[in-house]
Design a protein. Structure first.
Lengths: 393, 393
């Protein structure tokens, strides 16, 4: 039969990254494309111990329905950590658990934006969240990114000229896909602009704990005197991506609406994963574990940059991330980026075409995203040597 | 600051059941209100064993991102089970895993309905899914329920007179909240009407495995020659509600759109819960476990009906479910149902006012929902004795 597909989904294609991820299930392909954290970053032994203890000591809580807001102990621990370490959250704020930070972004947009409202974002930005906005029929307006974050002039111009701007979506640390970090000055300026033009900032920080170079910068949420920042945190890159545990810290009025929206989606985040995340935060090895994964990514990113310098035509530009999982390469003008990416796949190396991350899906791009997280060091060397052999002419 | 809350959520209140559930966290309240499965129904020991084995043998799969469609082994097992035991699913159909059947209902509506489209449902029906529809700004038109399921005349009339009807949402087995089962004749007639008026049937079957009396009836999906039935299954009532694992079996074209929508929500269902569900299906004790929980609910439901007959004024009508978790009581005309429910809470017994389940949230109701799943047998006896003591005049 013929199906009526909703307008909100009929134009939306499956995420290019998720599709490439499926293609890279082939273990012979060098995985520079996926957004996966390094498998060796998962604290497998302690998760096994935590899980066994939870199912021994408190199995019914792990297997029974929980409240939508999340496991109370986890909420308090995260709330304290956000306050004590990151100086975020006041008495007007509430912290709730979500099934990954992506769900937090979707719920925030669902609570705050009507169809046709505009969301500003870095351009390029994370395709998963952009698609969530598209599925809510929001307009997305991309703002160019400079080496230290958003182009502030372009941001202010958009705030002045775009219709019904409700929200700015931003990944200030080691941004996906570029690896770029927003400077402290720009964080302050962005908050001031949000205040001037009365919009909400949706601050997505999945990679913030993965800084392997330089010093931590303040979260935009830490400047939030008005209650206009909704902060998204995640366990995906420090504990496990497959457990699907993230959290939202934002003004209670907004967060409570997000909870209502979450009741209509997955009711609550799975309890056993939430309880494992709780034990992980309580674990006395937690700080050392974070240091260990930072060292891992420092090493792998260093190998990737060394390989780029060794193998790539110097006309290919690349970012130098201080953390996270990704770096961003830009081909010289005149080179056909999509053809380059197709050749790479044919030669056994998967990279993500930059156009996948564009705010405007039909905009042209000269860039592609590389991850150093998933490949082994040997694969990094080999993959870059293959990419370096692709002719640019 | 003042917040702009989206139109889709500004009218939506937190689910009355979720709120009552929070209230009943007080262990001194007798829990006739919650929708929780019986804690003694969870196969705690095997979950502990499965979890340990998964985290020993395949920890990276359990902790890494998975594909949105779900864990492949789980998908194949469910697909085979649906085919072999329930005669559901053909080559045009696809089965994917979701984070609970509730998410499946939300994704189906998101994929198939635009704002302002009409969904028909049993009246009363499951508030969680009704609220999911409301959050998508769908019109909900309730169809009265008789002892053997939907009033077919009212259904056909609604199909003739309501605007833009896309879908019928139905829980054919031991319906929530009434406990009523749709007869085989009515299942066939409903499918024929869906065909005649070209709508989709969303068949939600969370309680189907919990039949403790009578014989299994065919799923509406088993009649589906056209590809117009989207079937929702769940592990919440046979394995664990807190693991949040459900599934959807429906026409590929629809299911693939639901997958795109899921990418924008929680990306994929948590892997460790999916892998535990997989082992649960493979477990040779699975059929005996199902028999065990059916016996448990048979016993508890029997106690509840005996208690009603012992303590209740005979003018209070009640359903006699053949399975599931709930039964439905109706007070005589003239009794103030909400006052009755408030008195019950004051006396330490939580029940859910029937109005919570009404398709039209301002419609009046004389009914309330009782569950026999959560309370112990002692609590069932005690709680019904308390309810019986409430004056109806």
């Amino acid at each position: 039969m013929e199906y009526h597909i909703s307008e909100r989904l009929s134009a939306l294609k499956p995420s290019a990254i998720r599709e490439i991820f499926k293609a890279t299930a082939d273990p012979s392909i060098i995985p520079f494309a996926a957004g996966n954290p390094a498998p060796e970053s998962f604290p497998v032994d302690v998760v096994r111990t935590f899980s066994a203890e939870i199912l021994q000591n408190d199995p019914i809580t792990a297997l029974q329905y929980g409240i939508t807001e999340g496991y109370p102990t986890l909420r308090s621990l995260l709330r304290e950590r956000m306050k004590n370490i990151f100086h975020c959250g006041n008495k007007e704020d509430e912290l709730v658990v979500v099934s990954g930070a992506q769900q937090g972004a979707e719920l925030a947009a669902k609570a705050l934006c009507d169809e046709g409202d505009t969301v500003l974002c870095e351009d390029p930005s994370f395709i998963g969240v952009l698609n969530a906005f598209r599925s809510l029929r929001l307009r997305i307006k991309g703002i160019p990114v400079e080496d230290d974050g958003l182009d502030l002039h372009a941001l202010e111009k958009a705030l002045q000229t775009e219709n019904r701007v409700r929200m700015l979506y931003i990944i200030p640390n080691f941004q996906n896909p570029t690896g770029i970090t927003t400077s402290t000055e720009k964080r302050k300026a962005i908050y001031a602009l949000a205040r001037k033009y009365n919009i909400i900032i949706l601050e997505d920080n999945p990679y913030g704990e993965l800084r392997f170079s330089g010093s931590n910068l303040p979260h935009i949420k830490s400047f939030d005197e008005d209650g206009r920042v909704v902060y998204l945190g995640s366990f995906s890159k420090i504990l496990s991506a497959g457990l699907r545990v993230g959290y939202v810290l934002g003004p209670s009025i907004i967060v409570q609406k997000m909870v209502v929206a979450k009741q209509g989606e997955d009711v609550h985040t799975a309890m056993l994963p939430q309880m494992i995340a709780t034990r992980f935060l309580q674990w006395d090895g937690f700080p050392a574990h974070l240091e260990k994964i930072r060292a891992l990514y420092r090493q792998k990113c260093g190998k990737m940059i060394a390989g780029i310098q060794e193998f790539f035509d110097p006309r290919i530009l690349h970012t130098n991330p201080d953390g996270g999982l990704f770096l961003w390469c830009t081909l010289p003008k005149g080179v056909d980026m999509l053809a380059y990416c197709r050749t790479a796949i044919d030669k056994g190396v998967a990279v993500v075409p930059g156009s996948a991350f564009a705010a405007d899906p039909v905009a042209s791009s000269q860039s592609f995203r590389l991850t150093f997280a998933s490949p082994s060091e040997k694969q990094i060397h080999e993959g870059l040597s293959i990419l370096g052999s692709i002719s640019l002419s």
